[in-house]
Design a protein around this ligand. Sequence first.
Ligand SMILES: *Cc1c(COP(=O)(O)O)cnc(C)c1O
Ligand SMILES: [Zn+2]
Length: 464
Amino acid sequence: MSERAYQRCIQPTCGGTLAVDDTRFTCPRCGGLVDVVYDWSRLTVPDSLRFFESRWSERYDPLSWSGVWRFRELLPFAEPRWVMTIGEGQTILQRADGLCSYVDLSRGCLFLQYEGMNPSGSFKDNGMTAAFTHARLVGAQRAACASTGNTSASLAVFCSATGLMRAIIFIGSGKIAYGKLAQALDHGALTIQITGDFDDAMQRVQQVSRQLGIYLVNSINPFRLEGQKTIMYRVLEGLRWEVPDWVIVPGGNLGNVSAFGKAFYELRQLGLISRLPRLAVINATGANTLYQLYEQQGVRWQGGAWPRQQVERFFAEMQAHHRRASTIASAIEINHPVNLPKALRALEWCNGVVREVTDQEILDAKAQVGAHGLGCEPASAASVAGLKRLRQEGIVGQEERVVCVLTGHQLKDPTATVAYHSTDPQMFEEVLGKRGVRRPTFANRAVQVPNDLNEIIKAIELYA
Ligand SMILES: *Cc1c(COP(=O)(O)O)cnc(C)c1O
Ligand SMILES: [Zn+2]
């Protein structure tokens, strides 16, 4: 390939490639995952990351206003005229001293990258703008995804805001948080609810897209990951272009961790950073495929020689035992992560670790994040819960600089939050008790008071 940008199999020994405008998104030789790769020698790349700060003075230009496209030289797969942006990525890194004692870090060491502040309320918009730009480049008319909720919300928002394509979303039955379903419906997406879970929906959408030639926006689409790289560029920017010691991210389909690894790998390749941070991926215990493979079975990327058969055996056994993913953190309720090999590669590049956390730990961490000013959904709080564990184990040092990614907004899943703080034991049991959550450690219960002035005043004096 003599192109400046093209798609290439991630297996170094395979050599399969696709043109930049190919929408198969799988290797034509081995059927594996592909990357978007660039011939940097034929592209213009700034010689310092500080260059990107100048874009802040060009906010009248939608490409410079976007938190994704102001880094366009680092994802140069399309001419600027193809870019579809709705103002995504206006997110910043926030210092979180208030949470330091909870996770046992020294003050000044913890930062939260709050991606809930995106147009559709999750980090998915960073990837969706890149997928939409690619879809426009190839002239797609319809776009589909399987989703635990946020990808479909993002797709629905982008479709309705740009008018570029018709949105078709596949969701599992009873598995989608209300905030996300509300978005899909309100923004006019064709919503297909199948009997089954996310993993089933993912299989179907790939079949259907292939058969009908519909543009697929799941994170198997490598262009989405190009957009998600910019989350890390903004993290670096928030640290004045210094590389943190750790980046901690919840793991579902493993698109984010794959994108983050690629972002750092490329920046070092380009000489724009001198070292890579360590990555920690946090699974929920009820959806812990990566944890089991990486930490318990010792599966590694090994420069591409990862033990494919061992992984296949793992999934065959999962199938045979009908093991289904189950966690309150619905955004990471995934047993069959499509980006698994890319995630293994990112973990190798960034000397990564994987941990699992219980729903109890996730919700307690979420309540602490909320109590200190940022509202996130359950899956997002897995990063903070994971950090707490990694501190207890001494893997993360007390003085190390840590960035936790908060992937989605609090209002995505009000049910989980209300159940956690609820005074209604039946609601608690129905939503959380059956998942093994026993004690809402930081519950902020509503106070029941008769409609009587004196009683109300008494209650306020008692509690506040
Ligand atoms: C999609 C999603 C995740 C999982 O990210 P992956 O890239 O699939 O690992 C985590 N949190 C939220 C809020 C999400 O929407
Ligand atoms: Zn291949």
